[in-house]
Design a protein. Structure first.
Length: 466
């Protein structure tokens, strides 16, 4: 099948827009992706290090509060400052979700926006402590988004060595059993040792896959190699030799390190080798095909993507091009359900929600009209349920509660997003691009008013799918 601009926007972006022109070819989509990041330029989200002042303040206030409580002193002023900081960061977090939705609405490079969501899901991490919980969007902006069109090995290293990932998977508390710090702690009667969480997820989720050719011994050896790698919200990622397991580690038969461990260089070497492994190519190929094309992709599609990865040395843009030029990508009989962030983003794009009013929304408006409804739909923004990310299966999203929340949002939210609701018939033509079923057309034409008609378009099966 030949390239279809409407289907390209629907399947690989957030759907058509009445004001943003769609792509003309698969090659044009890849060229735009490899070009300047216009979405980030128009709707900026600060990088992780740009929030260091607030994170340092949080650490200082937390330490100060503990000291005062320990000495039996009042913490009224410290508590007041912490409340102010909490409100400031909560407001920033809600501004960042507005920026994400504006990118989905106005970007000419919607593939980039979808890939950002996909790779965040692949390298899922969330804050288990309040200061880290603020930092989901900056984590994506810093560790993931700049690398989504380059080599996978660079993306892998950036994501798994980021402070957010190290915090989420408890890497910063991992100690080599024979490290200097572990020996000192044993003398003091403390029991802290090796943590395998990050090593296991790197092998099982990030690279080789759950059925990959690794053993428990490989997990342990990688975990020992990773010791010394710690993340701090103020100081960033560091290698602390006193925490590192001395000696060499063998992973999949390859030895790293030695009597003189070279810190991050040894770790990066192992990660690059894992990224180049054939099983990683197969795992990533199937995951991309499942997400963008079908819950049950054909073996031929997966093989094409896999070979594009292997022949290019792990060039992600070559994988995307392999998908976009495969006949399966243009089949209309294979569809996936839009996740809540994709559904809301597609509605924003179809309605052409103006940035002037939306960007200035209050935190309360954002929480009431965006965050809470998405949570009811089943997706708490930037808070994945675990390191495996969000499920791909349609039935996870199409629960009675999830569908009811989508319907309620489709009825109530659009009137808050645009000053005047569009004619539902025009919206149907824009959003569905001729894919509307006869039943959908009849229902929209029979709508009692614009509010009802707009909701019918947004709840049409053709809009809920991609």
């Amino acid at each position: 099948m030949s390239f279809d601009s409407i289907l390209a926007q629907t399947r690989f972006g957030f759907g058509p827009s009445p004001l943003v022109q769609g792509p003309e070819s698969a090659g044009a989509m890849i060229a735009t992706l490899k070009g300047a990041d216009r979405g980030a330029e128009m709707f900026a989200i600060p990088h992780y290090h740009e929030n260091m002042a607030q994170l340092a303040q949080f650490a200082h206030l937390t330490k100060q509060s503990r000291a005062l409580r320990r000495d039996g002193k009042e913490t009224v002023e410290v508590d007041r400052q912490m409340r102010v900081l909490n409100r400031t960061m909560a407001a920033r977090r809600r501004k960042w979700i507005r920026q994400v939705l504006m990118r989905a609405t106005w970007s000419e490079d919607a593939l980039r926006e979808r890939l950002g969501l996909f790779w965040f899901d692949h390298f899922a991490a969330r804050g288990k402590r309040r200061d880290y919980a603020w930092m989901g969007a900056p984590y994506v902006e810093t560790a993931i988004r700049p690398f989504i069109s380059g080599l996978f090995e660079d993306l892998l290293i950036s994501a798994v060595t980021h402070p957010m990932m190290l915090h989420f998977l408890d890497q910063s508390v991992s100690l080599g059993p024979n490290s200097r710090l572990a020996k000192n702690q044993r003398v003091k009667g403390k029991k802290r040792g090796l943590n395998e969480n990050l090593a296991r997820e790197i092998l099982e989720l990030h690279t080789l896959g759950v059925n990959g050719p690794y053993s428990q011994q490989d997990v342990r050896q990688l975990a020992e190699l990773l010791t010394g790698l710690v993340g701090d919200n103020v100081k960033g990622t560091q290698f602390q030799a006193g925490r590192a397991e001395p000696g060499a580690e063998a992973i999949l038969g390859v030895t790293y390190g030695g009597s003189r461990r070279d810190g991050l260089r040894d770790i990066e070497g192992a990660l690059r080798d894992l990224a180049r492994h054939p099983s990683t190519a197969k795992h990533l190929a199937r995951k991309l095909a499942t997400h963008f094309v079908s819950d049950r992709p054909s073996d031929d599609l997966v093989t094409e993507i896999e070979w594009a990865y292997r022949e290019s040395g792990g060039d992600l843009s070559k994988m995307y091009l392999a998908i976009l030029t495969h006949p399966d990508a243009w089949r209309v009989d294979v569809v996936n359900t839009r996740r809540p962030i994709e559904f809301v983003g597609a509605a924003f794009r179809a309605l052409a929600v103006p940035p002037e009013s939306f960007i200035s929304w209050s935190a309360k408006q954002t929480r009431t009209i965006i965050e809470t409804p998405m949570r009811l739909m089943g997706q708490d923004w930037l808070r994945p349920p675990g390191p495996q990310g969000w499920p791909e299966a349609d039935d996870y999203w199409l629960t009675p509660q999830g569908v009811a929340a989508r319907l309620q949002w489709a009825l109530a939210a659009p009137m808050h997003l645009v000053e005047d609701l569009p004619d539902p018939r025009d919206l149907m033509q824009t959003a569905l691009g001729g894919r509307a079923s006869e039943r959908t057309v009849q229902a929209v034409n029979a709508a009692q008013n614009r509010q009802e008609g707009v909701a019918l378009v947004l709840m049409a099966p053709q809009f809920q799918k991609r």
